[in-house]
Design a protein around this ligand. Structure first.
Ligand SMILES: Cc1cc2nc3c(=O)[nH]c(=O)nc-3n(C[C@H](O)[C@H](O)[C@H](O)COP(=O)(O)O)c2cc1C
Length: 193
């Protein structure tokens, strides 16, 4: 377990849509990625997330909606077309939808969001383990009424989109953000004032 999983976890990094080529993950790969997502810690087993697959002909529909959202946000023709083109760069896109129950008596919202983050991370790690690359993107578009209507069911929040595909080349290894010691501190009792 350790020898298989750790190199994957220690080497995942985001791969932007412009560096992704066909093939994207097929149904079997998507199912494995979702099984990994469903292994995220989930207080109350609420499963406060789901993923909507955008591929094939649906990519053009996503592009049209990105373009519309850009125009609604006051962007001009050229910028709106760039947004539309971005929607179709990746072979496959997953919309990430969260369903946070703000009135839950046992599980507060922050714990449900922690589960969504864990699910997303597990999904990206599984994609990496399967040889795919991906990147989570949001932007102001997630607040676009036209996109929210297109993706969200009642009570859902549009978190953003994961672009997925095969990395065109081995991406240059990004340096670690921080040394592990920066986030690992000994606790030896309450601080004295
Ligand atoms: C929910 C969420 C939304 C994000 N939205 C954006 C975004 O809109 N634009 C962007 O450049 N990065 C965004 N990121 C960050 C990238 O997905 C990525 O994590 C970041 O570029 C760091 O790269 P790394 O994953 O290789 O560490 C988002 C991350 C998360 C978790």
């Amino acid at each position: 377990m350790q020898s298989d999983a750790l190199p994957v976890l220690l080497t995942r990094q985001s791969v932007g849509a412009r560096h992704l080529v066909e093939p994207g993950p097929d149904d079997a790969a998507l199912r494995l990625m979702c099984e990994a997502a469903l292994r995220a810690p989930d207080h109350g087993a609420l499963v406060p997330f789901r993923f909507a697959v955008v591929r094939g002909a649906a990519r053009a529909q996503l592009a049209a909606l990105f373009e519309q959202a850009a125009r609604d946000a006051g962007k001009g023709d050229a910028d709106a077309r760039i947004d539309a083109e971005r929607a179709q760069r990746a072979p496959l896109t997953l919309a990430v939808l969260a369903r946070i129950d703000l009135g839950h008596t046992l599980v507060p919202a922050h714990e449900q969001w922690a589960c969504v983050g864990g699910a997303l991370t597990n999904l990206l790690n599984a994609a990496h383990a399967l040889g795919f690359g991906g990147k989570m993107l949001s932007g102001a578009k997630v607040r676009s009424p036209v996109l929210q209507r297109a993706f969200c069911e009642a009570g859902e929040t549009l978190v953003g989109w994961v672009a997925l595909g095969t990395p065109a080349a081995s991406p240059a290894r990004q340096p670690r953000k921080l040394a592990a010691d920066a986030v690992l501190r000994e606790w030896s009792g309450p601080r004295t004032p």
